[in-house]
Design a protein around this ligand. Sequence first.
Ligand SMILES: O=C(O)c1cnc2c(S(=O)(=O)O)cccc2c1O
Length: 460
Amino acid sequence: ASKKKNCLELLREASPLCFLLTKVTGIPDKYNNSLAVHISEILSPCMGDLIASAQFNYMFDIPWLVQQYPGQFRTKPLLIVHGEQRQSKVALHEAAHPYPNIKLCQAKLDIMYGTHHSKMMLLLYTNGMRVVIHTANMIDRDWYQKTQGVWISPLFPKAGPGTVTDSPTSFQRDLVEYLTAYRSPSLQEWIGHVRTHDMSQAKVHIVGSVPGRHIGGAINKWGHLKLRKVLKERGPSEANVKGWPVIGQFSSVGSLGPDKDKWLCGEWLQSLSQCEGSGRKMQGESGHKTLKLIFPSKDNVRTSLEGYPAGGSIPYSIKTAKKQVYFHSFLHQWIANTRGRSRASPHIKTYCRMSPDNEHIAWFLVTSANMSKAAWGALEKNGQQLMIRSYEIGVLFLPADFVSESTRFAVSSAVDEDELHFPLPWDSQLVPYSKDDRPWLWDIPYTDLPDSHGNCWVPP
Ligand SMILES: O=C(O)c1cnc2c(S(=O)(=O)O)cccc2c1O
């Protein structure tokens, strides 16, 4: 698979999962010509004849973003959904000013330290619409030499009158609920578009976060409790995943609390190890054996294609790290030889449940959510409310939603026919940090060893 594909060949090869990585400059062609896509390909006429689009994200380089659209689409209405406030909001408006077709929507961030992390494209065409949920900012650096995840929806046709328009995974309902949570007039139009398209072919579940103190019926709509709910309703049976570790892979780390049992191996791991119907938490030895985390080591960053500057997008601060040394015992290196991306620093965030022999996974989530309470939520008031600070969105893949009755995806090459193969971004054989490895911290200097460009790192 070394010849460049047009987008229909690309989508056909990626179907039915449609989980791709972004193209990386500087790696062999074969790793960019299979299950890999660039933003200009997502926006190409081959995907659909664009009428209007909405771009949800955290960072925007507006002139660069406009350039990613084909010429004939650069004057189509574009709604930018962001979380900027005060001076940076003014700067964004100034950057958008030269483009009469661009409107801005400021997502409310009423809880301190919350951010608008969600990365999503809503693409309205003359013959339908597509939803793209991904992990890359709208800046050149995020689409150049990093590992990023992209889910591209099927083409959702305009719905006929009175037809069923949602999927068994309630994709349309959950997307409408997520968009409604912004309480923004400029999103009303897009909620209308979502409602009037037939999304019955969507096979993923949406796992989103919106800022708030969610209680009562709303407590399971967002964050890790939404994931817990979906896994309780349609997750693996306990018997099938006994002893299967939960894997978390992310590019930033928040303050997780003074010990592992409060949040990380408590409420958070309880949600991610939820099984169908029955009990919740993993049996057997302490949580430690059942959780494995992938986060770039200092050397993973140093030897990456970008060198130390890759760490500018991996904001783990020493202040936070010092408060949670227990966290570092869960860490594994970023290694992605299977996808030719061991040196493409990860900005993707993925979570799954993997068999001890690394051959299968029971589910897979790609999301904007890093390893933080702000993103996933933290229970308060004796478990009566889930406090979330940020907007996040991701998609969950469950085997039975793709191949009925199937309970797992195969992830290693040696796959038997009837199981769907899931293309993991990272190598399924995880490699723990060596005793000399340290997690990447972005706010301390590294002058001992030069990076792949021969430079040192002195924090900006
Ligand atoms: O993609 C995102 O959503 C995101 C969010 N935050 C970032 C930060 S910081 O705001 O945490 O300082 C610093 C560097 C990169 C970041 C980033 O890529």
